[in-house]
Design a protein around this ligand. Sequence first.
Ligand SMILES: Cc1cc2nc3c(=O)[nH]c(=O)nc-3n(C[C@H](O)[C@H](O)[C@H](O)COP(=O)(O)O)c2cc1C
Length: 228
Amino acid sequence: MSSDFITRREFLSRVCRYSSLSMMALFFGCDIARLGEGQKKKTALIYATRYGATKETATWIQEGMQGPVDLLDIETISFSDVTARYDHFIIGSGVWIGGVHKKIIEFLESRKKELSGRVLATFVVCGTDGSTESGRKRIDGYFTPLYACLDKKPLLSRYFGGRVIVENLTDEDRQALTVFYKTYLRAELRSWDRTDPEKAALFGGEVKRRLGEKMSVSESTNTLVSRV
Ligand SMILES: Cc1cc2nc3c(=O)[nH]c(=O)nc-3n(C[C@H](O)[C@H](O)[C@H](O)COP(=O)(O)O)c2cc1C
C-alpha cells in the first residue's frame, strides 16, 4: 500500500482528534466571548426632555465619556429592563415650572433598592443662572427631589444652561412662561440659548474618571475578598 494512504482506523482517529480540537476551540471561544460580556460594565445615561436641550446635553456628556454609554429617553424605557441590563446610571432632566420630569422621580422611587450605589451622576438642564447665590440655591432645590429618592448622593452632580425657543413652545408653556417673565423678571418672554457642549463634554470626562476609580476600588475589594 502507498504511504500516501492511511488506514481506515487511522482516518477515524484523525477525524476524532481534529473535530474534538475544533469543538474545544469553539467552546473556548464562546466562553471567552461570554466572559468579556460579563465583565464589561455598562452605563445608561437616562434623560428627560421636552424641547431637546436636555437630550443634546446628554449626547455631549456621552461624547465626553468616550466609552460604552447608552443614551435612553425616560419616555421610552421599561424601568425593570434597564435596571436589569445596566450596571451604572447617569440621570438627567430638564426643569419646567420648578421641577424635574415626573417620570425620572417615578423611576428612582420605584427602583430605589436595585439602584442602590449605582447612580454615578445626576444633572439638570435649566434656565436659572447659577452665578448668583440665590440662583445656586434654586438649582440645589431642583436636585433635592432626585437625592430624596436615592440612598446616597451620587458621586457627581451638575447643572447646565438650557434653551427656550418661543415659537416651539406649546400654547400652555408659552402662557405660563409669559406670566413668569412678566411677574418675576419684569420682562417680555424672548428666546434664549445657554446650552454649552464643552461644559457637558468635560462633565462626561469627569464622570468617566470617577467611574474608573469606583471600578478599580471594587475590583481590588473583590480581589481581597477572593484571596481571604
Ligand atoms: C414651561 C417652562 C417652564 C420652565 N420653568 C423653569 C423653571 O422653573 N426653572 C428653570 O430654571 N428653568 C425653567 N425653564 C427653562 C428650562 O429648564 C429650559 O428651557 C430647558 O432647556 C428645558 O429642557 P428641554 O429643552 O430638554 O425641554 C422652563 C422652561 C419652560 C418651557
